[in-house]
Design a protein around this ligand. Sequence first.
Ligand code: 0O2
Ligand code: 0O2
Length: 267
Amino acid sequence: MDGRDWNLFLQPYEQAVEELKVKFKTMRVELKIREAYAPIEFVTGRVKRISSILEKAKRLNVPSDQLDTGIEDIAGIRIMCQFVDDIHRVAGLIRTRKDLTLVYEKDYITNFKDSGYRSYHMIVEYPVQTALGYKIVLAEIQIRTLAMNFWATIEHSLNYKFKESLPEDVRDRLKKAAEAAAQLDTEMTSIRKEILDAQTEFEEQSNVVSKVLNGIQDLYFYHRVREAAQFQMKFNEKFEKEDYHELNQLSLDIQAAIGKAKKGNQS
Ligand code: 0O2
Ligand code: 0O2
């Protein structure tokens, strides 16, 4: 290769990867503090090896003086998520960022590759300020679930070993394994939904209990002692039966009684 100073060429890409890794790791920490749940599990990054850059340039017919525009993943960031929904959340957050420009996106989740590969890719332009000046570099952000990453990591290492000539039956089994990984993602998503629904239900049940008990206290405050005692008995009975539908109704009845009591006090 034409006496290129590879260190000099790769330096802005090294910087872009380092900066983007810090930024997405920070996004993870920030979201964890804000929402108690981070859609990002972990972040990795790498600069493509020189030999891989040259191989890809040859395969895609990219002239050696156009590597910076012809090869989009010299700088690569990988964001791993727990759930498929998180991938779309993270992609949405990336789209609104002011420190990079989205060039285009490739949805290999909806349109998974022949190999079985699934991931969401975003090609971005990222500006770096190097000692030698300002430079905009292309970077590829791959967003995937842990299951997609598990599959891609192993498939990549096998492909590397067999240099693109994987035996047919192995290729088929890898495709089946990719299906199984996708099924695992679907199953985990449905389990998560059930857990979130259960948490919400538990939250609502706790809320109705405190609402009823506070309401009864209010009735005592307005000297509606008999009514308050009756509501307390009804509460005991429905709480015992764990009838949350009836407890909700009771809460509404208590609120109505408080309304009346307030009016009575004013007149
Ligand atoms: P943490 O919070 O300890 O996990 P650098 O030191 O910045 O040059 P970095 O970021 O350490 O490089 O290396 P790289 O290769 O970009 O990313 C590796 C990060 O991914 C490390 O996190 C690993 O712990 C994390 N990682 C890799 N595989 C897994 C995995 O299967 N599960 C989880 N949870 N994390 C994984 P850090 O940076 O050490 O941070
Ligand atoms: P690395 O650094 O070894 O991961 P291409 O499709 O290759 O002609 P393009 O359009 O740049 O060229 O690629 P694509 O498919 O949009 O995405 C490129 C990257 O996605 C690859 O980088 C892989 O990281 C990942 N990828 C795409 N398809 C597969 C696949 O079938 N299996 C696995 N494991 N990964 C895949 P590179 O070039 O392989 O570089």
